[in-house]
Design a binder for this molecule. Structure first.
Ligand code: IPM
Ligand code: MN
Length: 352
């Protein structure tokens, strides 16, 4: 198969980790007889520097004309402490999600047995935990009307959801629950928020169409607690944009390192595959960042963008093996040898 991949490394450690994912993709292509071609484009701070926009039209075109986007991270400390900045790198990511219609962000959380002791939680709580967070990605507070009043002294963000947005993400979450352990947890704040009451109403309407699936409803504050208290309870979690952002950072540490969590953003146009960690500017250029989340995102790309399941599995197996053999970066090294970003990438590619 011909794979036209848009390569958007972005900022910070983005370029280093995406390079390792590219090695994995190339290794898969050699093994399975596919042909990958990459088109580079800028997003985030590097795009602002060059084009004055965090997601320039030219980058959008590259995405549209590709089958999948391999994305690194955006963010730059130059913008973090300047609340008055007019353009910010994060706008690039948000614009990309919106313009490509990527309403679903899939963030699988899995634990590796050999890493459970890296988790801040007790081994018996974590070992065997495996769930999928389905985060709505183009609605809610992130995209609702926002602004300032009173000469700047009052600020607001609007958490707005339309029925069709809620319906399509819930249906998708149900479809994954059907293929998994048939347990869906709808996370909301329906005791306080009107938008959450719409979510719950739509979920209650849909639930009878999926009698095989056990649906439960959980307030987000309780969900934040249960993720830590009892992560094995969960199979599929579905929630709105902001809650999903927060809960998936929390969920990522269950596994022992944020550097392991991959994600797929899918929807109307080209899908984007990216690690959930950010640009980690302190580590940029040092060849120390963990590339596994990005490499696992490439596995998701094979599975979700191309329907090539064996190819995705080959990447997963090599990643699991690298963890097993302790060929890992410093965040997972645990006093043992810390391999560099590129050494881990080379090792994984070789084992594919
Ligand atoms: C994420 C990130 C982004 C988000 C930021 C960088 C805009 O935290 O992908 O989770 O909040 O969605
Ligand atoms: Mn986040």
């Amino acid at each position: 198969m011909k794979l036209n991949i848009a390569k958007l490394p972005g900022d910070g450690i983005g370029p280093e980790v995406v390079e390792q994912a590219v090695k994995a993709v190339d290794a898969v292509c050699r093994r399975f007889g596919h042909e990958a071609s990459y088109t580079f484009a800028e997003v985030g701070a590097c795009a602002i520097d060059k084009y004055g926009s965090a997601f320039p039209e030219s980058t959008y075109k590259v995405c549209l004309e590709s089958d999948a986007v391999l994305f690194g991270a955006v963010g730059d400390p130059r913008y973090d402490n300047d609340p008055t900045a007019k353009v910010r790198p994060e706008q690039g990511l948000l614009a990309m999600r919106k313009q490509l219609g990527l309403y679903a962000n899939l963030r699988p959380v899995e634990t590796f047995s050999s890493l459970v002791d890296k988790s801040p939680l007790k081994r018996e709580l974590v070992d065997g935990a495996e769930f999928l967070c389905v985060r709505e990605l183009t609605g809610g507070m992130y995209f609702g009307e926002k602004g300032r009043l009173d000469g700047g002294d009052t600020a607001y963000d609007t958490n707005i959801y339309h029925r069709y947005e809620v319906e399509r993400i819930l249906k998708l979450a149900y479809s994954y629950a059907m293929r998994r352990r048939r347990h869906l947890t709808v996370v909301d704040k329906a005791n306080v928020l009107e938008s959450s009451r719409l979510w719950r109403q739509v979920a209650q309407e849909l639930a009878p169409q999926y009698p095989e699936v056990t649906t439960d409803y959980m307030y987000v504050d309780n969900a934040a607690m249960q993720l830590i208290r009892c992560p094995k309870f969960f199979d599929v979690i579905v929630t709105e944009n902001t809650f999903g952002d927060i809960l998936t950072d929390e969920a990522s540490c269950i596994t022992g390192s944020m550097g392991l969590l991959a994600s797929a953003s899918i929807g109307e146009k080209t899908g984007v595959f990216e690690p959930i960690h950010g640009s980690y500017p302190q580590a940029a250029g040092k060849n120390i960042a963990n590339p596994l989340a990005t490499i696992l995102s490439a596995a998701m790309m094979f599975e979700y963008a191309f329907g090539l399941m064996e190819e995705g599995a080959a990447i997963r197996a090599a990643v699991a093996e690298s963890i097993e053999q302790k060929v890992v970066t410093e965040d997972l090294a645990d006093g043992g040898k810390a391999y560099s970003t590129s050494e881990v990438g080379d090792w994984v590619a070789k084992h594919i």
